[in-house]
Ligand binder design. Structure first.
Ligand code: MN3
Length: 210
């Protein structure tokens, strides 16, 4: 069964004015669609057909650059659409585990926001900023080049990504041109904290209660 381009969980214009409709449409129907089709072409007739994307990425150093770039592109954008919402933004509620974990591991939400924004702002060229959970159930911020991500065995810091921000120019150039910091700041108005806290809870199911 080939990988399928997932539908967006909202309309192209739903994240306006923070992310504009034209950018969303091109990003989903051209870029994400392209990664999906090229991933399918790269794995056709190989042992990777039928494998879960997470399992492919965990051993991606064994495969071609086509699998690495397009498998990353497929996974990263699917996560990206899901962790945004027109009803999102602001700080996660104090009742959410993700709020407690952020305060535990970064000291405060503001500190986390600063660290994440710096990771997104200083990633040179194309790539992603991430909030991840490690195997000890601790949060960390990192960034990766191109379409790499922290699930990959080639990543500098490995973990389970629970929040990701695309900082390729195709993600913001139409609306923000060279003003990446404005785009990063606008992203905080659309983060779907319900989805992020769910991903946090599922990352280490055996972890002790906060
Ligand atoms: Mn992109």
């Amino acid at each position: 069964m080939a990988f399928q381009l997932p539908d967006l969980p909202y309309a192209y214009d739903a994240l306006e004015p923070h992310v504009d409709a034209r950018t969303m449409e091109i990003h989903h129907s051209k870029h994400h669609n392209g990664y999906t089709n090229k991933l399918n072409a790269a794995i056709e007739g190989t042992e990777l057909e039928g494998m879960k994307i997470e399992d492919i990425l965990a051993n991606v150093s064994k495969y071609s650059m086509g699998v690495r770039n397009n498998g990353g592109g497929f996974y990263n954008h699917k996560l990206f659409w899901e962790i945004m919402s027109p009803d999102g933004g602001g700080e996660p509620s104090e009742r959410m585990n993700i709020h407690k974990a952020i305060v535990r591991d970064f000291g405060s939400f503001e500190n986390f926001k600063k660290e994440f924004s710096a990771a997104a702002g200083t990633r040179f060229g194309s790539g992603w900023a991430w909030l991840c959970v490690d195997s000890n159930d601790h949060l960390f911020v990192t960034s990766t080049p191109n379409q790499d991500n922290p699930l990959m065995d080639v990543a500098e810091q490995q973990g389970t990504p629970i929040l990701g921000l695309d900082v390729w120019e195709h993600a913001y150039y139409l609306n923000y041109q060279n003003r990446r910091p404005d785009y990063v700041s606008a992203f905080f108005n659309v983060i779907n904290w319900h989805e992020v806290t769910e991903r946090y809870n599922n990352a280490n199911p055996g972890a002790s209660d906060l």
